[in-house]
Design a protein around this ligand. Structure first.
Ligand SMILES: Cc1ncc(COP(=O)(O)O)c(C=O)c1O
Length: 380
């Protein structure tokens, strides 16, 4: 059996290596490494795929969030509500721009922003909400968009982990993750569901003037070369990454299906295991399984991690520490116990290998050893 990885990037590349190699050589030969035609083509193709009016490619997902907040004109002291259970980048850009991150708890089933908690956190300084579509499933956007309309708040979707996921609104309409708020922000980090071979990211929006602002900000604040209308940053997707992403975008649906198939295998294998909760599928959103994250009880998950490692199975804890208890984000506003769901999840979750190249043999090996551990170690 091939060795098991959390994410098998090499295996995925090998299947499309001739296409990728040719595209990379073509960019080298064109010598248009920055803002070459591949970037524009990728932008247009992603707009079509997502059914969104504007895609603004940039250097990474963290920058996408930063550029979005700058384009919306958020100012120091403005409050931005986001989830306490997320990757640090979400809160990092809020803090970097001297905005105030206002953290709220998440839903225990979906691990996504709890709309009731959002509503309670709104105050006179609140300007925006950042729902994170964690692990590949959309946050509950119907109530979040309703709150945004009611209070006049911006919505910036952090869709770094959920490209391709789709949300169904109560009125029957469907939207891709990232295409619902004022901005959607994604990452093309190599291990993401649509990953390039380095760093990359993009913003999406359906609003023309916001697209124009974000495009300028990502390019040193210039509309016309050497005419700088606003303070910007240098955040570009390079042509080589765009060329790679153009090819991988054509496979995105098949990559999503492969992840969903692996998730169904795990779901079935773990259905009767005491102490194991498999990922909840919210009927309103498809799940593209950036991660397959289990909620454990009655065992020590770090012992499970060690046990699996001995069998050649990697497993990771995303995330071991809630944002409000991280050294950099601790402040007088929050204390231990403030976000019980997040704190509980941080003590119980563990993610299994999840990628497009998992074979039945590997899935069988992983699930049988997870089950074995629970059978031997679970205690109520
Ligand atoms: C939820 C979330 N937000 C933002 C980011 C930032 O993306 P990047 O690593 O491309 O800056 C990531 C990626 O790691 C993420 O998982």
């Amino acid at each position: 059996m091939k060795s098991i990885q959390m994410v098998d990037l090499l295996g995925q590349y090998e299947k499309i290596s001739s296409e990728i190699d040719r595209a990379v050589i073509d960019v080298i030969r064109s010598s248009q490494y920055i803002n070459g035609p591949e970037v524009k083509e990728f932008q247009k193709e992603l707009e079509t795929y997502l059914n969104v009016k504007h895609v603004i490619p940039c250097a990474n997902g963290t920058d996408a969030l930063q550029v979005a907040m700058m384009a919306l004109g958020l100012e120091p002291g403005d409050e931005v509500i986001t989830a306490s259970f997320t990757y640090v980048a979400t809160a990092e850009v809020i803090a970097l721009l001297r905005l105030e991150p206002v953290l709220v708890d998440v839903d225990p089933k979906t691990f996504n922003l709890d709309p009731d908690a959002v509503r309670k956190a709104i105050g006179p300084k609140t300007k925006a909400i950042v729902p994170v579509h964690l692990f590949g499933q959309c946050a509950d956007m119907d109530p979040i968009m309703a709150i945004s309309r009611e209070y006049g708040l911006y919505v910036i979707e952090d869709t770094a982990q959920a490209i391709g996921s789709q949300y169904s609104f109560a009125d029957g309409s469907r939207s891709f993750a990232g295409a619902m708020g004022h901005f959607g922000c994604t990452s093309f980090f190599p291990s993401k569901n649509l990953g390039c071979f380095g760093d990359g990211g993009a913003l999406y929006t359906n609003i023309d003037d916001l697209a124009e602002k974000a495009r300028q900000i990502a390019n040193h604040g210039q509309g016309k070369r050497y005419y700088h209308d606003r303070v910007g940053v240098n955040s570009r997707l390079d042509s080589m990454q765009a060329a790679i992403l153009r090819i991988k975008l054509r496979y995105l649906d098949s990559y999503i299906s492969a992840r969903q198939k692996a998730a169904s295998y795990y779901d079935e294998a773990f259905a009767e295991v005491k102490g194991l909760e498999t990922p909840y599928r919210d009927g309103k959103s498809s799940h593209v399984f950036h991660q397959y994250t289990l909620k454990t009880s009655g065992i020590d998950r770090f012992s499970l991690q060690d046990f699996l490692a001995e069998k050649g199975i990697p497993a990771m804890v995303y995330y071991p520490v809630p944002l409000h208890l991280q050294k950099a984000y601790r402040n007088d506003r929050y204390q231990e116990g403030d976000f019980p769901v997040t704190e509980d999840l941080c003590e119980r979750v563990i993610s299994l290998p999840m990628h497009t190249e998992l074979t039945e043999e590997q899935l069988g090996w992983i699930s049988s050893h997870v089950k074995e551990f629970f059978e031997k170690n679970y205690s109520e």
